[in-house]
Design a binder for this molecule. Structure first.
Ligand SMILES: Nc1nc2c(ncn2[C@@H]2O[C@H](COP(=O)(O)OP(=O)(O)OP(=O)(O)O)[C@@H](O)[C@H]2O)c(=O)[nH]1
Ligand SMILES: [Mg+2]
Length: 375
């Protein structure tokens, strides 16, 4: 574990991710104006939902907004929990609890999940709801964490109770960062009138810690073109190797194969197999294609990891291993060596698998030590 931490600090920190990539401008022009507008509106907000990415509960904090949130009723919504490691997520909840910060892990696409969030917001606003005629709930966060998706689901759920609402008004949701460019309000209740404000995702003007920037890029808060797909894919490989994830994949695959052989042996003697199959599986070749591809990618990475005789704690060995893994990935994705921008194509496909959760659920940030353990 200590060795892994060392790798995260040395190999990832010093691996020259800037090599050939030029300076990174994390802060596109529109964000300065958007940040100012958000800060102004925050003064009027009765409640703030700060959306973060469950995979990076601390790295997806906008530090610049924090001073404007202190003293406000606030809830941190760790969104995209479906993509986060469910064994680690409770530790993060305990961490925020120990900081006396209300926090809920959610999936903005799930009605049940968003209902739970609404119940908590209602509870926190109980007293204000009884006395104020109009309430303002602001949803803020870095780009692409799912603010608009959450608002659409809140709006949809509230429309079930208040059917006369502006039903058709929907926030635009999209896979790339920077979709929402303007602050927009959505009415979700009468008496009191409650408005939810969607806001553009904003980052801090300069990200001094390169690893935080790479995590934001990997989870999609920064446009790929800003950092470069290859650099982000290199970082992902470094993280996976330093955690020994390829070996874990190998163990899982071996176990699956063992179980498969076992069940095939059993099936030889199963009378049911002799009867005509009434319930044929649906023809879902696209699903099988992705599953096969994921298995191939994981096998390619675990094979190169287990045959590698270097030391992953050594920076240049790690770089060599990553180069080998790029070649293995290129074969798995069946991209010809001769293809133009071959490494960029490999990187794009690899990142898509990670971002859609196909490589498994991950949390990239480490849980800080809680000095006083929470029972
Ligand atoms: N897997 C998963 N994807 C989600 C979830 N919430 C949102 N998304 C996806 O994440 C992407 C970004 O969602 P948006 O709602 O546009 O994010 P945003 O925070 O409004 O982004 P900006 O407007 O650019 O700041 C979209 O592709 C959503 O479908 C979630 O809980 N799980
Ligand atoms: Mg948005």
């Amino acid at each position: 574990m200590v060795a892994l931490k060392k790798v995260m600090k040395t190999a990832l920190g010093d691996m020259n991710f800037n090599k050939g990539g030029g300076p990174i401008n994390w802060f596109p022009g529109h964000m300065a104006a958007a940040s100012r507008a958000i800060r102004d509106r925050l003064k009027l907000a009765d409640f703030v939902i700060e959306v973060r990415d469950s995979r990076i509960p601390l790295s997806s904090t906008n530090e610049e907004l924090q001073p404007f949130l202190t003293g406000k009723k606030r809830l941190i919504a760790l969104n995209k929990k479906d993509l986060a490691n469910p064994n680690i997520l409770p530790k993060w909840m305990r961490y925020f609890e120990s900081c006396k910060q209300d926090c809920l892990s959610i999936n903005a696409h799930s009605k049940n999940s968003v209902k739970k969030l609404l119940e908590l917001v209602e509870l926190k606003l109980k007293e204000v709801i009884s006395r104020e005629p109009t309430l303002l709930v602001m949803v803020v966060g870095v780009p692409n964490v799912g603010k608009s998706a959450l608002i659409n689901n809140i709006h949809r759920i509230s429309a079930e109770h208040f059917p006369v609402q502006e039903k058709k008004k929907r926030a635009t949701v999209g896979p790339l960062p920077g979709v929402t460019q303007d602050i927009a309000g959505y009415k979700i209740a009468h008496r009191p009138s409650i408005y939810v404000l969607d806001t553009p995702g904003v980052l801090v003007p300069s990200i001094s810690d390169i690893e935080t920037g790479l995590k934001l890029a990997l989870t999609g808060s920064v446009k790929d073109s800003v950092v470069g797909e290859e650099r982000i894919a290199q970082y992902l490989l470094a993280v996976l190797n330093s955690r020994g994830t390829p070996l874990h994949w190998k163990r899982v695959k071996d176990k699956k194969e063992e179980l498969k052989i076992g069940s095939e042996e059993k099936r030889e003697y199963n009378i049911k197999d002799l009867l005509p199959n009434q319930r044929k599986p649906p023809d879902d070749s696209a699903v099988y294609y992705v599953e096969d591809l994921v298995t191939e990618v994981q096998s390619a990475l675990s094979a190169s990891f287990s045959t590698f005789d270097g030391n992953v704690e050594d920076e240049s060995d790690m770089e060599n291993l990553i180069d080998l893994q790029f070649e293995a990935l290129q074969k798995a994705f069946k991209i010809p060596h001769t293809a133009s921008e071959c490494r960029t194509k490999v990187s794009k496909r690899f990142l898509t698998l990670f971002r859609t959760g196909k490589l498994g659920p991950f949390i990239l940030d480490d849980v800080p030590d809680i000095s006083q353990p929470v029972s």
